[in-house]
Design a protein. Sequence first.
Length: 381
Amino acid sequence: MSTVCAETAALLQELIRIESVNPALSPTGSGEQGVVEFLTRFCRERNLPYEIQPVVEGRSNLLTWVPGQDPDKRVLFIAHMDTVPTGEWKSNPFSGEQREGRIYGRGACDDKGPLAAMLVALSTLGDRRPKATVVVAADIDEEGRKIGARAIAQSGVSYDAAVVGECTNLELVVAHKGSVRWQVEVEGVAAHTSKPHLGVNAITAMAKIVLALDQHGNELALRSDPFVGPPALTVGLIEGGVEITTVPPRCRIWIDRRLIPGESPQLAIQEVEDILESFRQGDDKIKVRSLLPALEDPAPPNAMSSKIAVVAAAACADVVGSGKFIGAPWGTDASQLSLAGIPCIVLGPGSDAQAHTNNEFIEIDQLGKAVEIYQHIMLNY
């Protein structure tokens, strides 16, 4: 194992041992501040300048950088500090255990592995001064509402390009899906179930709407993007009713609509609204409404023609022998960064097959290769 690879592995183990479960996903989640405190010490020990960017109370981004030859150019490397909850691990999810060439623990690949590789890549540039100023950002809340990336995008600091660190198996993702999520509610009329004709059953009405949305999802499957595939609509949650002997006066569903590049959240919502309107105007005159605003994460534009994609492809080809452009069905912080006009690619060590699992791990060999790829991009953008 090379010195750089060993250093990256050791850093990742330290990061895993700091529980940083997103507090929006678990009431016991500690959030990212422990990682921020650790990274401030990391930067001080390596004489790296850094800035702590408060986002919401008790949660901050951390940015560190190496100045470039051209003060007007900046390239952003970003990876998130928060993780999903631990679920039901058989072992300690925060041990950072190393065995058989792997490191195990919550966040190993999603997303502390890419973060560790970016930090080591930056801190070991030495006397090799990059062309553009290289900024590495450790951000908050990617697993939630992506408010950390949004704060960076809206900070007033411009970036010419961004490398979003996620577990892509060191493959170069130039396009991925976005999403828009919101709730739909049906209003019925309560009545005793001994006389159901005196009421309006909101659950029964919602059942008709759910079937129509399912058909809409089938129609969406006929659209397709060559990189990310078709859009999708899923009704992921449903709740309704008061108790067993009352005709349910209310029913609510949660919709997850996956967007492909070129689709807007507004268009996706309007397509559903058209379906809802048909039920409002239909024979049953169902009282149904969308509960807005929605949670919007647009699909970033395809970055395959951008300079950052070309430079990253050369780096991947040099280190791992492949620089093929691919797409992905999931979302990343690129959805928020792209709103600021920043071309984004997604690239990092680890497999998304391990993300969010109860035995999450990352291959140590990929960590070392990620450092090489990131440094190549840092020096050649």
